[in-house]
Design a protein around this ligand. Structure first.
Ligand code: 1CP
Length: 331
């Protein structure tokens, strides 16, 4: 058992586990160096390069979790969708009917992710937990309908209000395919899987409860590893989020973590929730923020330290080192 697995099972540990979202990425000079030689998608498609990028932040900082280098859009390629990156995803917008008609995910077309997981699992120290992930149906639907990220997600929000049979079929297609994708990752060595629902927070609570959380629940049900669900900006629906049935929940930086935990309920673990902007300040500030965060969850097993969203590319390396040191000094 690793610290991260124990924590997700609400078992006490010597200290809290720590990893950060987007830890393999553009704030790291060794990532930028590799990316100068490999385009983003080529890096994902080459298990040697992808596993190296996954391991870079583990070597430099000693995080407790190694999150596999890929993107939430990666598995859509195995459903016949063409995606490019600039730097975020770009694709030709699709209708709900077209999304519902996509072929089911073909694991053979994405075997490189499984191979990356096997390589990472072989190389990480035993106390480091290998984390797989997927995008949640609603968040993938947002990209497929809109064609890219968006400020308001009006196409997604309109579709959610229209309640058509095509909407239901499109969501079911994505849930089934991502369930299969996560199962493949677990089989290949992922010890925990996280479901990213990055744009769910743009939706009203009623729709989250009726459509979004059930779709996430279907995606995560009956997997043979603990699960984490992360829907930043969905603090207005924490009280019903546990219906997703995950082992743990990511909490964004807007709400004190103990308040979020009270709303999520005592039977689940929590992950978060330092403001990524804290990492733009100074090592002293980072230490103080970590101490304050840990105090809020003191005396209660089940807290994974992380940021409330992805690490910013402008983050100074010394502040990341300070974050890990502060967590490791605590008990
Ligand atoms: O130029 C580059 O190097 C590409 C930048 C980049 C990176 C490093 C993108 C494009 N994706 C990634 C990797 C990535 N994406 C990981 C790797 C593991 C890690 O270290 O965490 C993960 C888990 C993701 C997940 C992801 N991609 C999410 C969910 C998390 C979140 O931030 O909410 C989302 C929404 C995406 C879409 C995406 N891909 C890339 C960008 C810049 C974005 C978001 C912005 C947009 O929609 O335009």
């Amino acid at each position: 058992m690793t610290r991260l697995l124990d924590t997700l099972a609400l078992r006490p540990t010597d200290r809290r586990p720590i990893w950060v979202m987007r830890q393999a990425g553009r704030y790291l000079p060794e990532y930028l160096e590799l990316r100068s030689r490999h385009a983003f998608q080529d890096a994902i498609r080459d298990p040697k390069v992808a596993s190296e990028i996954t391991l870079q932040p583990i070597r430099r900082f000693g995080f407790d979790g190694a999150v596999i280098f890929a993107d939430i859009m990666t598995p859509l390629e195995a459903m016949g969708v063409d995606v490019t990156f600039d730097p975020g995803p770009r694709l030709t917008p699709m209708s709900l009917a077209e999304i519902a008609d996509l072929p089911d995910l073909d694991p053979d077309r994405i075997a490189h992710v499984a191979e990356t997981l096997r390589l990472v699992r072989r190389e990480v120290p035993e106390d480091v937990t290998v984390i797989g992930f997927a995008g949640a149906p609603t968040t993938l639907l947002a990209y497929l309908l809109e064609g890219s990220g968006s400020k308001e997600y009006l196409v997604l929000r309109r579709a959610m209000h229209e309640e058509t049979p095509e909407l239901e079929a499109a969501i079911a297609k994505l849930a089934t395919s991502m369930h299969a994708y996560l199962g493949m990752q677990i089989e290949a060595g992922a010890q925990v899987v996280q479901l990213f629902d990055s744009w769910a927070g743009t939706l009203p609570r009623s729709i989250l409860e009726e459509r979004v959380f059930p779709a996430a629940r279907d995606t995560l049900s009956d997997l043979e590893a603990p699960t984490i669900y992360f829907a930043p900006g969905a603090g207005h629906a924490l009280g019903s989020m546990r219906d997703v049935g995950a082992s743990g929940y990511g909490v964004d930086w807007r709400i004190p973590i103990d308040e979020a935990w009270d709303q999520l309920g005592p039977a689940v673990a929590v992950q978060g929730n330092l403001d990524p902007a804290v990492l733009l300040t100074s090592p002293d500030r980072v230490h103080a923020a970590v101490r304050a965060l840990i105090e809020r969850t003191a005396g209660r097993p089940g807290h994974i330290v992380n940021l409330g969203h992805g690490i910013d590319r402008r983050t100074p390396l010394e502040n990341v080192a300070a974050l890990v040191a502060a967590v490791k000094e605590s008990s």
